[in-house]
Every structure is written in structure tokens, then in C-alpha cells.
Write a protein that binds this ligand. Structure first.
Ligand code: S3P
Length: 166
């Protein structure tokens, strides 16, 4: 089977759902942020601090291009993976793209105890998440083959829906 590519905002559950889905489909699971960290030998906040968001986006674009050439993976992408047209092109030709949707309230709840997301260090992360969704929601939809709701739903249920609709 071709790759399955998960896109969506921070806190949509891309990594958790991706791991479960990969198991069900007997594919291997890849997380683009984790791959970037392994390759760089530094974590995402460090990359943002030292190279800025622009530096991170360069690394992200190169990593997505590489991962989309691979076969037989479930790929969890970072929330900003859809920002660059080159990435949208690579993702949509790299496999079936699933948009995991979550409301801003759920994104906020699910990310509130996590310190690994530099964009949410702001004083008002709820406002940041809202602004990001306004820009990104149409971009997620532009490349999605499937849109799946994750609000108030355990990952197992979301995976069942994806398996039915794939
Ligand atoms: C980002 C989301 C993060 C990570 C980086 C930037 C974004 O990934 O790529 O902090 O721009 O939304 P997750 O969506 O996995 O949290």
C-alpha cells in the first residue's frame, strides 16, 4: 500500500494515531519532527532557538521530501508542514493524506502540559493556535483525501474510522 500521511494542527493526535494506524496496516511509522531531531542531534526547541523558525522550515522541507520518497510508511507531519507549496506538492503525491481535525479548544487542552512546542511559548497560546488554524485549515483541506474529526474521540475510534474510509 502507498504511504498514509497525517496532517493537522498541534494536538490533533498525529503521532498517537499514526503509531496505532501503522500497527493496524503493518506499515512502519515515521514522525518527521523525530526524524529531524535524530538527523540534527538536537531537539525542536533548540533548532528554533539557534536557527529560528526559518531554519527549522528548511530542515522540515528537506525531511518531508525525503520521507515522501519512501514506500510503505505512515507519516506524522508537524503542524506547519503544509505551509510551503513545495511541501503540499510532496505530501499530496507521497500518499493518501488524512487531515486530523481538532478544535482550538481541544488543541489547547492537549498541548497545555507539553513544553516541546516553541510556537506555544507565547503568553496566550490559545490565541496563537486560533491564528494558526485560520491560516492553515484551508491548506490542510487543500491536500486532504480524507478529513477526520478527533474532538472528544479516543485515538482507537479515530483509527477505526480511518481504516473504514481509507
Ligand atoms: C509546529 C508543530 C510541531 C513542530 C514545530 C512547529 C507548527 O509539530 O513541527 O514545533 O508549526 O505547528 P506537532 O504538530 O507535531 O506538534
Amino acid at each position: 500500500m502507498r504511504n498514509v500521511i497525517l496532517v493537522g494542527p498541534m494536538g490533533a493526535g498525529k503521532s498517537t494515531i499514526g503509531r496505532l494506524l501503522a500497527k493496524e496496516l503493518r506499515l512502519s511509522f515515521k514522525d518527521s519532527d523525530k526524524e529531524i531531531e535524530q538527523r540534527t542531534g538536537a531537539n525542536i526547541p533548540w533548532i528554533f532557538d539557534v536557527e529560528g523558525e526559518a531554519g527549522f522550515r528548511e530542515r522540515e522541507q528537506a525531511m518531508l521530501a525525503e520521507l515522501c520518497q519512501t514506500d510503505g510508511i505512515v507519516l506524522a507531519t508537524g503542524g506547519g508542514a503544509v505551509l510551503r507549496p513545495e511541501n503540499r506538492q510532496a505530501l499530496s503525491s507521497g500518499g493518501r493524506v488524512i487531515y486530523l481535525h481538532a478544535s482550538v479548544e481541544q488543541q489547547l487542552e492537549r498541548t497545555s502540559r507539553d513544553r516541546n512546542r516553541p510556537l506555544l511559548r507565547a503568553a496566550d497560546p490559545g490565541r496563537v493556535l486560533g491564528e494558526l488554524m485560520t491560516i492553515r485549515d484551508p491548506l490542510y483541506r487543500e491536500i486532504a483525501d480524507l478529513v477526520v474529526e478527533t474532538d472528544e474521540r479516543p485515538p482507537r475510534i479515530v483509527v477505526e474510522e480511518i481504516l473504514e474510509r481509507l
